[in-house]
Design a protein around this ligand. Structure first.
Ligand SMILES: NC(=O)C1=CN([C@@H]2O[C@H](COP(=O)(O)OP(=O)(O)OC[C@H]3O[C@@H](n4cnc5c(N)ncnc54)[C@H](OP(=O)(O)O)[C@@H]3O)[C@@H](O)[C@H]2O)C=CC1
Ligand SMILES: O=C(CO)COP(=O)(O)O
Length: 371
């Protein structure tokens, strides 16, 4: 089937939603995505390892551990059995922290029905290997289309039904181009969309993944600077230059710079860098205020993806020869005991560069010569 340019930007009219969706993870975002899918009319089952949380979701329509006091939609099933969760599932969302992805894929593998697409909803890059999560899942779950759902989406606001938008990204195979209505991106976007949750479709999984992984590190930077007493000019500079770092990394890894200007990049970066609802921004703020790491969040364990991912982002960037000055600064403060204020003064004192990066203005117009 050949589509016109206009048709290519729209959901194919005859796309069908998935009937049954399994959500792996009963944390705040897993519970929120289960609610999104249920509100959109899907059969939904969530898998979690904590029996009390599973029981509360199934019996009381509440997740007291991660979203206390919020009523979930009717009809969400929940189980601690991976086999039961995946039986009959037509699509699967994996929503546990990035560092658990390989382990979780291993648990899923024996029970995952053939060819079922898997969407990754964590944000990060695997430590040590430097692989994007899509690459990890692709190698652990061969034969399954792997994609991502990503965007500016605080879990609590999503469950409460505040209008929210996200990108559903899968690389398009040849078969998807022939039959776009059957593509996982189209079908999953349709499966999750409702009058309060709007999905966009992308075929740039790398670009979408890089946005999600790097924005958390930049959010820690924004938090550090505001905690240290700096103001809005500083935040705006970090957001803008942080986006440039995301674009550079995405492009070198084969993604598109313009993907980074979308929901999964600029959208999520803006959200996460503007609110202490973000755990990443909040960690940075507390550290900027001089609170010791072990006392942040009142000493409670909290998933802060950018903290561990600053290591994988920097490792990956140095392996492929890309410089990411803001991410490097965050990494130095978090993991190399660098002084926070001095690190950010150094960030501001680097040699002057052209914007956008790589623009050869000095080559085109050397000093002392007429333009
Ligand atoms: N919260 C949000 O607003 C959003 C979060 N995300 C991303 O979603 C991912 C998950 O975050 P979020 O839900 O917020 O985190 P939470 O801390 O709310 O929940 C984490 C969940 O993962 C489970 N878990 C942890 N380790 C394992 C493991 N080894 N095996 C199986 N389950 C495990 C936890 O189970 P247990 O309770 O038993 O410990 C818990 O259910 C992160 O990558 C985050 O960046 C993306 C968009 C929005
Ligand atoms: O990714 C998120 C919103 O899109 C959640 O951000 P935090 O993990 O910083 O809370």
């Amino acid at each position: 089937m050949t589509l016109s340019k206009a048709e290519q930007t729209k959901l194919p009219a005859n796309a069908r939603p998935y009937r049954r969706i399994a959500v792996i993870g009963t944390g705040s975002w897993g519970t929120a995505l289960a609610s999104v899918a249920r509100r959109a009319g899907r059969e939904v089952i969530v898998w979690g390892r904590d029996a009390d949380t599973v029981e509360a979701i199934a019996e009381r329509r509440e997740n007291p551990k991660y979203l206390p006091g919020i009523e979930l939609p009717e009809g969400i099933e929940a189980t601690t059995s991976m086999e039961a969760a995946l039986k009959g599932a037509e699509a699967v969302l994996i929503v546990t922290p990035s560092k658990t992805l390989r382990e979780v894929c291993g648990k899923m593998r024996p029970h995952l029905p053939d060819g079922v697409p898997v969407a990754l909803c964590a944000k990060g890059i695997e430590a040590q290997s430097g692989l994007l999560l899509g690459e990890v899942a692709g190698s652990e779950l061969p034969g399954h289309p792997v994609g991502a759902i990503s965007g500016p989406t605080f879990a609590k606001e999503t469950v409460l039904g505040h209008p929210t938008a996200a990108t559903v990204a899968f690389e398009f195979s040849y078969a998807d181009r022939l039959d776009p209505q059957e593509s996982p991106a189209a079908r999953l976007a349709l499966s999750m969309s409702s009058d309060v949750f709007r999905c966009y479709i992308s075929d740039d999984l790398v670009g979408v993944e890089i946005g999600g992984a790097v924005k958390n590190v930049i959010a820690i930077a924004c938090g550090m600077m505001s905690g240290a007493g700096f103001a809005e000019n500083t935040r705006a500079a970090l957001i803008t230059r942080g986006m440039d770092e995301m674009k550079t990394l995405a492009e070198v890894l084969g993604g598109r710079r313009e993907t980074v200007t979308g929901l999964s990049g600029a959208g999520d970066l803006t959200l996460t860098c503007s609110s202490t609802t973000s755990r990443n921004m909040s960690l940075g703020t507390q550290l900027g205020q001089g609170i010791a790491r072990e006392d942040c969040f009142d000493g409670k364990p909290v998933v802060v993806e950018g903290e561990v991912n600053s290591i994988s982002v920097i490792d990956l960037a140095s392996r492929i020869g890309v410089s990411l000055p803001i991410c490097e600064s965050v990494h130095a403060v978090l993991h190399r005991d660098a002084d926070l204020k001095q690190t950010f003064r150094d960030l501001w004192s680097r040699p002057i560069e052209a914007e956008p990066k790589g623009l050869g203005i000095f080559l085109d117009h050397p000093f002392g010569e007429p333009a």
